[in-house]
Design a protein around this ligand. Structure first.
Ligand code: A3P
Length: 295
């Protein structure tokens, strides 16, 4: 199936039709944010599910009840998805937790008025590409990636769901109200999960004891999260996600792009990255540390 058949063009980016019917996009446009809401913002395949495990555990002081009983999409729902308007989100007690893949300039007016806290999770775009390549091949609501080189061009041109990785990252990194936005990368979580949990807890103003932080970090290790049926997408029917082709929690490492991209593809990727990111001052972890050895 093609982009025209599976996607809607919404505010300039593709969104999968079946997850984001017009009513759900309208619901989001009119959504009443509260200043104490916590929003996990990501470009797809950057660590959304991981953060949907970490943040509820922080907010519950380490109590695993919600991560053991609620699937991640109801625990920290995506505001743009069709489920959002059947979950009675206005009845949830504060502080509420939500997710979104929206770009900064797509956010609805109430977001800019209420100024909820944002945890912005980024990941090396080469690994986002790699993860996406496998994900697009196992989902029925996304356009089949086709040959890798073709998908690479689509990805770098932003002709994939939620548009350009470059625009997404640049938009959120230049958000106003910087003290309300915490940028953190997938690679930081990989390098030091305990420290990342502690920093996130501080940002959401939830003081936690060291033992609780350690317990949360342990639960959120890839091998442990993979066992959680409320987070590993095993509850999604086979017709939507075929995990025999590729698991949702696939490898969970930094630097898998080295096993995926050809030398020529890396050169092309680097050239596009250099050009698109030339004005960005932010020091990305993947540009500074040799995480590749972990692949
Ligand atoms: P891979 O496909 O590279 O394994 P999202 O939730 O935004 O769709 O991102 C999915 C990616 O995050 C997948 O990457 C998945 O394996 C990885 N991921 C999820 N939970 C993780 C964890 N606890 N540790 C490391 N990676 C995790």
């Amino acid at each position: 199936m093609t982009e025209a058949e599976l996607y809607t063009l919404y505010k300039g980016v593709y969104v999968p039709k079946c997850l984001h019917p017009p009513e759900s996009l309208k619901f989001y446009e009119e959504f009443a944010f509260r200043p104490d809401d916590i929003l996990i913002v990501t470009y797809p395949k950057s660590g959304t599910t991981w953060m949907q495990e970490i943040v509820p555990l922080i907010m519950s002081g380490g109590d695993p009840a919600s991560v053991e009983t609620l699937p991640n999409w109801d625990r920290v729902p995506w505001l743009e998805e069709h489920r959002a308007y059947i979950l009675d989100l206005d009845k949830r007690p504060s502080p509420r937790m939500f997710s979104t893949h929206f770009h900064y300039n797509m956010m609805p007016p109430a977001f800019f008025e209420a100024k909820p806290k944002v945890i912005y999770v980024m990941r090396n775009p080469k690994d986002v590409f790699t993860s996406s390549f496998h994900y697009y091949a196992m989902t029925s609501f996304l356009v089949n990636p086709g040959p890798q080189n073709e998908f690479l061009h689509k990805f770098l041109d932003g002709k994939v769901m939620f548009g350009s990785w470059f625009d997404h990252v640049k938009g959120w990194l230049s958000a106003a109200d910087k003290e309300r936005v915490m940028p953190i990368s997938y690679e930081e979580l990989i390098m030091d999960l305990k420290d990342s949990v502690a920093r996130i807890a501080q940002f959401v103003e939830k003081p936690l004891d060291t033992e609780v932080i350690e317990k949360i970090a342990d639960r959120c290790l890839f091998k442990n999260m993979k066992q959680n049926n409320m987070s590993n997408y095993s509850a999604v029917p086979h017709e939507y996600m075929d995990q025999t082709k590729s698991e949702f929690l696939r490898k969970g490492i930094a630097g898998d792009w080295k096993n995926q991209l050809t030398v020529a593809e890396v050169e092309y990727f680097d050239a596009v990255y250099k050009e698109k990111m030339k004005d960005v001052k932010y020091k990305f972890v993947w540009d500074q540390h040799k995480l590749d050895e972990r692949a």
